[in-house]
Design a protein around this ligand. Structure first.
Ligand code: G3I
Length: 379
């Protein structure tokens, strides 16, 4: 049986009647148009002043093969919740190489420009994702026959161009994404940059990003590093080594793609803390909690409670660590989640149902935020 928030359902009823509208939406301010959404009853309002509560902005990637138009530019109800609930946004795919740099001499910035404009209108910070990754690279890059010097110049130009365009408008960058294997060895085979240019190129990526936007906080970001394990140990070794060489690394980010199939990573807090102890910022950047749900069925109340517990424990871990300043969910509605596209038989991983009503997981986040900052709203 689905458990829903009747308050949220009532609040959103009038919004649901609004028609989907096209890209002209980009120029409008959805927060101002959200009928009935009480700002005191949102995640961003509940959040402590020193914690950004964020979401991925749906677009690109798996959305391009789904039977709906681009969520961010077409779904007004989606935009209203995006504006009202969050004070940090991350492009889900719109800044990945394949999307933003589809041909060697072509950049596609319109979608990211619209996200940045939306964020500014709605007083949201932006997380940049990502500059240096083994995945979602365009064919011209992966299949090109470039010399080492050319590849180096291509990476530098990309970073200067993309980071420079949004300088001053991006709070945190996931500069390098998923550079380690599970056993803590570097991805020397599938990451084109490390394979062709050697591990030293990682430092250059951070240096070039810092040069292009000295104010942005620069992060490593990875999955499977929630707990203390070989991969998180590898980051714990690498980051101080780089810092000792003067490389501008500010933080370590844990994606947090969790499943109720597995136990909650109970050492998440301890893991965040050991990075904090190094003087680093930390962040949870992509959390979702998928469940085993057979097609055509709904999760049980027990499953929903278990999911809510995972979200709550992850958020509690972050708020209890001094410099864990950003907590981002990888999409806020099941309507657009990547999970069922990748994991057959799993889904319902976000905090709202398809119709934007709230799950117990939403309520768990809201209560946890309120408890972290009693009496202090955060806009
Ligand atoms: O690679 C093919 C491409 O050749 C083809 O042209 C295209 C046609 O639609 O499909 C391409 O693959 C898609 C890919 O995005 C690139 O556009 C996949 O089907 C699609 O499922 C994929 O989805 C994205 C995924 O990253 C790719 O890794 C998701 O939308 C996005 O939510 C997800 O986000 C990642 C984070 O960036 C990093 N951490 C893990 C997280 C979840 O996988």
């Amino acid at each position: 049986m689905k458990v829903r928030s009747s308050l949220a359902a009532a609040v959103l009823t009038s919004a649901m009647l609004l028609p989907a509208v096209g890209p002209a939406l980009a120029a409008q301010n959805p927060a101002a148009q959200a009928p009935g959404l009480q700002k005191q009853d949102t995640l961003r309002w509940a959040a402590p002043q020193d914690l950004k509560i964020g979401t991925a902005v749906a677009g690109g990637g798996h959305h391009e093969t789904q039977a709906y138009p681009d969520p961010f530019t077409y779904d007004q109800e989606y935009r209203q919740s995006l504006a009202a609930e969050f004070n940090s946004v991350s492009p889900e795919n719109q800044l990945k190489w394949e999307f933003v740099h589809p041909e060697r001499n072509t950049y596609r910035f319109a979608e990211m420009d619209a996200i940045v404009e939306f964020a500014q209108q709605n007083k949201q910070v932006v997380r940049g994702h990502t500059l240096f990754w083994h995945s979602q690279n365009p064919a011209w890059l992966e299949e090109g026959d470039f010399s080492k010097d050319e590849l180096r110049a291509i990476l530098k130009d990309h970073i200067q161009t993309v980071v420079g365009r949004y300088a001053g408008k991006i709070q945190q960058w996931d500069v390098a994404n998923e550079i380690f294997n599970g056993d803590g060895t570097l991805r020397t085979t599938d990451n084109i940059w490390i394979r062709e240019l050697g591990p030293e190129i990682i430092a250059d990526a951070f240096r070039w990003t810092h040069e292009a936007d000295p104010k942005a906080k620069l992060f490593f970001n990875d999955y499977g590093v929630e707990g203390v394990n070989a991969k998180s140990n590898a980051y714990l070794r690498l980051i101080p080594e780089l810092q000792a060489q003067g490389v501008p690394v500010d933080g370590f980010a844990i994606q947090g793609h969790l499943s109720t199939r597995y136990g909650f990573p109970g050492d998440l807090r301890a893991n965040l803390q050991r990075f904090d102890d190094l003087g680093l910022e930390t962040a949870i950047t992509e959390i979702d909690v998928r469940m085993d749900v057979a097609p055509g069925t709904a999760p049980t109340a027990a499953q929903l409670q278990k999911q809510a517990g995972y979200y709550q424990r992850a958020l509690e871990a972050c708020v209890s660590v001094d410099e864990c300043n950003s907590f981002t969910i990888w999409g806020f509605t099941d309507k657009y989640s990547w999970v069922p596209v990748f994991f057959a038989g799993e889904g319902e991983a976000t905090v709202m149902w398809n119709d934007f009503t709230r799950k117990p997981a939403y309520d768990a986040l809201q209560v946890t935020l309120e408890q972290a900052s009693p009496g202090r709203g955060n806009r």
